[in-house]
Each structure stands twice: as structure tokens, then as C-alpha cells.
Design a protein around this ligand. Structure first.
Ligand SMILES: Cc1ncc(COP(=O)(O)O)c(C=O)c1O
Length: 357
């Protein structure tokens, strides 16, 4: 990943340049940048190499999600998580309300329900771990069941990343990530990626991007490629610190419950150990008391940034239920902590003082 997406011709710049053009001179492979741009091309090559697949980059994670959902024929059935990322949930509701798709919602932890719902479906959309409840899906079992029923499987792998969980190796047809998070890694861009090992799906995704005009900006693509270079190191460090903080939070008197896949208290702990032994860098925890107590803890952090999103080098946290779109099953006093690369002792000191009040 450190060198993928580079050319190796003598005299070339080591890093692919940013190519801000919408048009190309005649005689080459490309005419217009809604179809191709060499700056995204380099990013797609690098991400494709990470997953041994073809990658299509989009303007954002939600653009990638919308393109994948657009593959479903009109009126087709989509199996989706009961508790998906709020943006995915909102998009599913819109498509459902317009009659474009029929949605069957199932808990990601319920393999039997996924298998039953897949009968007659066009697409099974999996998210594992879910945002922010960190429910884990048995992706391999869900893929077997979905394929047996003739449905495609797409996995939102944003939280685990390819370093934590190989969705395509587990059987998914499409793996999607919001590259805004760990791929970019610096909270300075919006971008999405979808990878697949099917030539036909890769072509369809490319066409969807062109038709929807959901093309990435060249600066964003270039920054994301720079993020790829350090991604393995960042993800490992963030995951290790997240596990350490999850263990400490579980013993904190102001914390009622911690949700983190590597804690034995997690309901799908054994499955998580098989699927994603790194655990991820997001820890969700429920503060004792009400929403006001949780919000006060968020307001008191000093090293940690109170902000939405995740996957940056800086640690961020927020009370998720403050968002109008958040699922009503998300507890009012749940805080989602996205662990960055700071010193773990400094992070603990800040969390401890914020919780103590
Ligand atoms: C799990 C998950 N998937 C998809 C998205 C959407 O990505 P983007 O914000 O890049 O559109 C997000 C954003 O928070 C997310 O958390």
C-alpha cells in the first residue's frame, strides 16, 4: 500500500500528480473527466490492490451507497440492517417511500433472520460493525444464504476497514467504505469507494458513477491516496488504543455499559474474534444518568474533539442521539468515541476528567 498507484517509468514523479482537468485532447483513451481522471485512477489502483479487486471511487461514502442501491431493479427487495448508519437508513427510507425498493430490516446479529429475509431479495446490504451500536454480522454465513437465494451482497466495511475484516474474502460481492474515515484518515476530505471482483459489477458501478455524476474531486482523491500510505499504521494504532480505552471505560464508575467487539461482554464476542480480530477503533459507551450527563461529558473534553464522523488521526466523540436522523434505538446517553493516534494515557486522562465532571 505504501507504493501502490505509482508509475515506475524512469524520470516520472514518485507520486502521481493532481490532474485538474475536465477534458482531454483527442487520440487517447479518455475524453471527459466525468468518466475517468488519472488522479482517481491512482487511488482506485491502490485500493484495488489492497482488496485484489476493482475499485470505483465516488464523491462520498453516501454516493457509493446510493450507486450500489441503484443497482437494484425497480421494486426489488433489499435486506438491510435494523440499525444502519443513519445516512444509509435515511436513503433506504427515501427509496422505500418512492416505491423504488422494498426494504426488509433485520438485526445484523441474527443470521437466521438474514437468511430468511434474503429469499426473493435482489440485494442484501450488510454493515458490520454497525454504527454506532457495534452489532456484528456473520458475513460469511449471510453471504452463503444470500447467494443461495440468488441475491447480491454488499458490505459497508467502513468501521473495520480492509485491515480489520476482508469482506470480499468472506464472500461479499461488493465492499464499500466511506474513505472520508480511515482511508483519508485526517478529517479533511469526503470520498467513498466500492470494490468488487466481478467485472460486470465493476462496470455497472462505473456507469452509475458517471450517470449520477458522483465523481470525486481530484484534490480529495490525491489526499486519500496519501492517506492510504499510512493507513496500516494508523489503523493498528487506533485499534490498539480503542481496545485499551474500552477495557478501562468498562470499569469506570460513571459508565453504565461499553459496546466494543473485543470485550467478552459484547454479545457477538466470539464471532468478532473470528471476523475482525483487531476490534475496530470505535468504542460506544453509555454514560450513567441521562442525555444531559452524557452531553456534559462531551462538552468537558479538552484533548479529544467533540465532533461527528470518525477515522481521523484525532480522537473525536459525540452523543449520537443529538442527530435528528439517528435511530430511536440508540440510547440518549450513548457516546461514540472514535479513537485516534494520540498517546493512550493522555486520552484516558481526558476521558476520565470529562466523565468525573
Ligand atoms: C458506516 C458509515 N457508512 C457510510 C458513511 C457515509 O460516508 P460519507 O460521510 O463519506 O458520505 C458513514 C459516515 O459517517 C458511516 O459512518
Amino acid at each position: 500500500m505504501v507504493t501502490a498507484g505509482r508509475t515506475h517509468a524512469p524520470g516520472d514523479p514518485v507520486n502521481p500528480p493532481i490532474v485538474p482537468t475536465s477534458i482531454y485532447l483527442p487520440g487517447g483513451a479518455h475524453m471527459y473527466s466525468r468518466e475517468h481522471n488519472p488522479t482517481w485512477g491512482a487511488l482506485e489502483e491502490a485500493i484495488g490492490a489492497m482488496e485484489t479487486a476493482t475499485c470505483t471511487a465516488f464523491a462520498s461514502g453516501i454516493a457509493a451507497i446510493s450507486a450500489i442501491l441503484d443497482l437494484v431493479p425497480h421494486g426489488g427487495i433489499v435486506v438491510a440492517p435494523t440499525h444502519p448508519y443513519s445516512g444509509t437508513g435515511a436513503r433506504l427510507k427515501e427509496l422505500e417511500a418512492s416505491g423504488a425498493i422494498v426494504v426488509r430490516r433485520v438485526g445484523m446479529e441474527d443470521a437466521t433472520a438474514i437468511s430468511e429475509a434474503a429469499q426473493g431479495a435482489s440485494l442484501v446490504w450488510l454493515e458490520s460493525p454497525t454504527n454506532p451500536l457495534l452489532e456484528i454480522c456473520d458475513i460469511a454465513a449471510a453471504c452463503d444464504a444470500a447467494h443461495g437465494a440468488g441475491a447480491l451482497v454488499a458490505v459497508d466495511n467502513t468501521f473495520a476497514t480492509v485491515f480489520g475484516q476482508h469482506a470480499l474474502d468472506l464472500g461479499a460481492d461488493i465492499c464499500m467504505q466511506s474513505a472520508t474515515k480511515y482511508i483519508g484518515g485526517h478529517s479533511d476530505l469526503l470520498l467513498g469507494v466500492a470494490t468488487t471482483r466481478s467485472q460486470s459489477l465493476a462496470e455497472q458501478l462505473h456507469t452509475r458513477r458517471t450517470m449520477m455524476g458522483a465523481t470525486p474531486g481530484v484534490l480529495e482523491a490525491w489526499l486519500a491516496l496519501r492517506g492510504v500510505r499510512t493507513m496500516a499504521l494508523r489503523v493498528r494504532r487506533c485499534n490498539e488504543s480503542a481496545f485499551e480505552l474500552a477495557k478501562r471505560l468498562e470499569t469506570h464508575p460513571q459508565v453504565e455499559r461499553v459496546l466494543y467487539p473485543l470485550l467478552p461482554s459484547h454479545p457477538q464476542h466470539a464471532l468478532a474474534m473470528r471476523h475482525m480480530p483487531m476490534g475496530g477503533a470505535v468504542v460506544s459507551f453509555i454514560v450513567r444518568g441521562d442525555a444531559t450527563a452524557a452531553q456534559a461529558a462531551c462538552d468537558r473534553v479538552t484533548l479529544i474533539t467533540q465532533a461527528t464522523s470518525l477515522g481521523g488521526v484525532e480522537t473525536t466523540m459525540e452523543r449520537r442521539a443529538r442527530h435528528a436522523l439517528e435511530h430511536r434505538d440508540t440510547p440518549e446517553s450513548l457516546i461514540r468515541l472514535s479513537v485516534g493516534i494520540e498517546d493512550v494515557e493522555d486520552l484516558w486522562k481526558d476521558l476520565d476528567q470529562a466523565l468525573a465532571g
